[in-house]
Write a protein that binds this ligand. Structure first.
Ligand code: 13P
Ligand code: SF4
Length: 352
């Protein structure tokens, strides 16, 4: 079993054997059994910065998903090896934007004569290929904690943004934080010719939103918000911006996982919170704050299945292999892609 004391002991021993050669990063959606071994925990923005700030670590074991490990590889030196304990830990949202599809969309914008005034912005939750495309085309990466700053930067340089791959983060940031109208945004469907849009729609839109979403946050509905408000009078609804627009609009607070944690930490004792994000994090918050009433926004259980693939047995295996001198599950990005992706990532890290 994952809470098996021998596994815990083995993880401790392998970590101790590796000492300073090892640095373990843990995303907030990871299981408790894994988080206990993280040297640092964070949202995807914080973890990208932490990876970049550890030049002495030979091995960065990334307890998170594939695109995060790729970003860590891009931001660290060639001598450093990034390891993902289970190679099956992908992200369904990142998989919704393939490079060939994005290139097709870009060619369409070129044919319409608007590519020069379009700045591509990609959410961190995308493959290294997509980040490379964005870097090649003078764009920027963003996360849920700096999406507004990234969009502000982009609109200082162009009149239009192609936002990849999360339609909800793009729409929520543009409409709720930057004062755009819903009509300023169009939804580009990569599975339809022309994205399912007319040339006029593409020419007129300020925000071209890629049709991608998070399968975890996409499950929260307006009905969940209404139901909890009825059931728990005075409840505060706190959600991640990957949630649908109507859910975010109906919520009281919205922000990245790091923001969600800070908000709960600062909440007064006795206050009630319905939190719309991944369940491992919500459970941990509830356990850490017994003086506050913290509940999951949905009645149904809602883990990120790919985040959950990193479990204690996989972590122990990876650490023991590394301690035995065998490099397993290394995540690498080819030099050319990494170079351009790094431009877009560095641009994000330099945002004012
Ligand atoms: P953040 O870590 O930026 O809050 O993003 C949430 C998420 O879905 C990560 O996969
Ligand atoms: Fe991807 Fe959503 Fe899981 Fe994050 S929570 S890794 S965006 S599927």
């Amino acid at each position: 079993s994952p809470s098996d004391p021998t596994l815990v002991e083995r993880a401790r021993r392998a970590k101790a054997a590796l000492g300073d050669r090892l640095f373990v990063l843990g995303h907030h959606y990871q299981r408790d059994e894994v988080i206990q071994f993280a040297d640092v925990t964070g949202d995807s923005f914080k973890l990208a910065r932490e990876a970049a700030a550890r030049p002495e670590a030979e091995f960065i074991v990334f307890c998170g998903v594939h695109f995060m490990a790729e970003s860590a590889d891009i931001l660290t030196s060639d001598a450093q090896k990034v390891v993902l304990p289970d190679l099956g830990a992908g992200c369904s949202m990142a998989d919704m934007a393939a490079l060939s599809q994005v290139e097709t969309a870009w060619e369409l914008l070129q044919d319409l004569g608007v590519a020069d005034s379009t700045i591509p912005v990609t959410y961190m939750n995308s493959s290294a290929d997509i980040k490379g495309f964005v870097g090649r085309n003078n764009g920027v990466v963003c996360t849920s904690s700096n999406a507004k700053r990234a969009l502000t930067w982009a609109f200082e340089r162009g009149s239009k943004v192609l936002f990849l791959p999360d339609q909800h983060l793009g729409r929520n940031t543009a409409v709720l934080e930057m004062g755009f109208d819903l009509e300023d945004c169009v939804l580009y469907n990569p599975h339809k010719p022309g994205g399912g849009l007319t040339p006029e729609q593409l020419r007129d839109a300020k925000m071209i939103l890629w049709r991608g979403h998070c399968s975890v946050h996409g499950r929260f509905t307006l009905g969940c918000v209404e139901e909890v408000r009825e059931r728990v009078p005075g409840v505060n609804v706190l959600v991640h911006p990957e949630c649908r627009h109507e859910v975010v609009t109906a919520a009281d607070y919205v922000g990245s996982t790091e923001y969600i944690i800070k908000t709960i930490d600062a909440a007064p004792a006795g206050s009630a919170w319905a939190v719309g994000t991944e369940l491992n994090l919500v459970r941990r918050l509830a356990n850490a704050h017994p003086d506050k009433q913290i509940m999951f926004l949905d009645r149904n259980v809602c883990y990120c299945s790919t985040m959950n693939r990193i479990d204690l047995p996989h972590l122990v295996w990876a650490l023991e292999e590394l301690a035995a001198g065998r490099l397993v599950n290394q995540i690498t990005v080819d030099a050319d892609t990494a170079h351009h992706a790094r431009v877009a990532l560095d641009q994000m890290l330099a945002l004012p």
